[in-house]
Design a protein around this ligand. Structure first.
Ligand SMILES: NC(=O)c1ccc[n+]([C@@H]2O[C@H](COP(=O)([O-])OP(=O)(O)OC[C@H]3O[C@@H](n4cnc5c(N)ncnc54)[C@H](O)[C@@H]3O)[C@@H](O)[C@H]2O)c1
Length: 423
């Protein structure tokens, strides 16, 4: 279905009610974003700002959108992944808020880019991305928009890598804030969020028992650490594959076995890729796998498992459960691919818990305000979230959890800023 002008998305009352209730449920565990929204409602700091957003269309994103609307901005939203859109959230935002939302679950590639272009048609001053697709489209096909754009915010590691590469080549034409690089983002979202949602996606899709399985995690970055810890907690024997020697030592000392994928492929029962890299699992690896091996990806793009090579080589394939495709390999072994090789937690489960997105999206909301207020001072490079914002979000989160911490005494401040006291 192609979405026409004036007929944005399904308007079924049932979907709208479901989306409204689920979004309110998420808001209950997003106290930091809620308090930013309350301030935005009073101060309207985003008045006259047009924001184009390309994010996973989930209940947590709906709460971010409401926060930006409360700040006085005009907002248009499309999905950053064709399989992560929750249609009830789309219906809720359109019908209850009159927002422009261009997304639907399972949209085709053509529709995906059509929706990106519809968002860009509002002529945004600020872009919000999860994977840099809005920014790439603007820089390649919609360069006419660049003059009016103050800046953009990027949510994920893969997007930030792409944008830093653009800045290095002098190709980036407006300033970016990397929400991903805030400590209140990657330490929690990438680690605990991805850790939990990956296991949730695998278990919902397969109902597989994790205990006692050889569970292979490709990549021991922030996401990989989280996935490994949660698989370990469920009783799996965790195996890590890495290309970075330091991460490999860390994984070893965290108690996991480390080996090349060629060795892991032969003994693994369940495989998860979280590398941000291409073909961490190749056809060569799949041909080494045991009959019944399960593969899932939690890295941003669907390139980490070589699905194309698998499709070309397989004798046959069939859907055996929702989000589970069985492939019969030339060696007559069966392997199972979850969620088509796309983000398994976003596709087969509900993405990050709201309590995690509370901090990630508070970084987004405050970064938008910062970009707007500092629009004349920033260069066309990738900035980290200002440390004051990062600390402020951490303090607000602690307060919401009713956790208090110590503060430095004057004596301690002096000691920590000196080089000759107490040595
Ligand atoms: N699923 C989610 O909800 C979610 C959340 C946040 C980030 N992400 C995405 O997950 C991916 C990883 O993010 P991160 O923050 O952990 O990144 P990171 O840079 O911290 O970690 C990636 C790790 O993968 C390793 N690696 C790279 N190529 C490899 C290969 N071929 N084989 C084995 N290891 C390899 C790197 O050495 C690094 O240690 C990115 O694509 C990111 O955008 C997903």
């Amino acid at each position: 279905m192609k979405i026409k002008e004036g007929e944005l998305m399904p308007r079924s009352e049932d979907l709208t009610v479901a989306g409204r209730l689920r979004t309110q449920w998420a808001e209950l565990t997003m106290p930091v974003l809620r308090s930013i929204k309350e301030r935005f409602e009073k101060e309207k700091p985003l008045r006259e700002l047009k924001i184009g957003a390309c994010l996973h269309v989930t209940t947590e994103t709906a709460n971010l959108m409401k926060t930006l609307l409360a700040g006085g901005a005009e907002v248009a939203l499309c999905g950053s992944n064709p399989l992560s859109t929750k249609d009830d959230v789309v219906a809720h935002l359109i019908n209850d808020y009159g927002m422009r939302v261009y997304a639907k679950y399972g949209e085709s590639n053509e529709e995906y880019y059509d929706h990106i272009n519809k968002v860009l048609d509002i002529n945004p001053n600020i872009t919000l991305d999860d994977g840099a697709d809005l920014i790439s489209t603007i820089h390649s096909k919609r360069t006419d928009l660049i003059g009016q754009i103050y800046g953009g915010v990027e949510e994920t590691t893969t997007g930030v890598i792409r944008l830093k590469n653009m800045a290095k080549d002098g190709a980036l034409r407006y300033p970016i804030i990397a929400a991903n690089d805030a400590q209140t983002k990657y330490l929690f979202d990438n680690r605990y969020g991805t850790g939990q949602n990956t296991m949730d996606g695998i278990m919902r899709a397969t109902n597989a028992l994790i205990a006692g399985k050889n569970f292979v995690v490709a990549g021991y970055g922030w996401c990989g650490r989280g996935v490994a810890a949660r698989a370990d907690g469920l009783g799996a024997n965790v195996i890590i594959t890495e290309v970075d020697p330091i991460k490999a030592i860390e994984a070893t000392m965290d108690g996991y076995r480390v080996m090349p994928m060629k060795e892991a492929a032969a003994i693994g029962d369940i495989f998860v890729t979280v590398t941000g890299d291409i073909h961490a699992i190749s056809l060569e690896h799949m041909l080494l796998m045991k009959d019944g091996a399960i593969m899932a990806n939690s890295g941003h793009f669907d390139v980490e498992i070589d699905v194309k090579a698998l499709e070309n080589a397989a004798k046959s394939n069939k859907k055996v459960r929702e989000h589970v495709e069985e492939y019969l390999l030339p060696n007559d072994r069966r392997v199972y691919l979850l969620a088509g090789g796309r983000l398994v937690g976003q596709t087969a489960a509900e993405a990050h818990p709201a309590a995690i997105m509370d901090m990630s999206f508070s970084n987004q909301a405050l970064s938008v305000e910062y970009l707007f207020n500092n629009r004349s001072k920033l260069d066309n490079i990738v900035y980290s979230v200002p440390v004051e914002i990062d600390k402020q979000i951490a303090m607000m989160k602690l307060e919401s959890m009713d956790i208090k911490i110590d503060t430095l005494t004057e004596e301690q401040k002096m000691y920590l800023s000196s080089w000759n006291i107490g040595t």
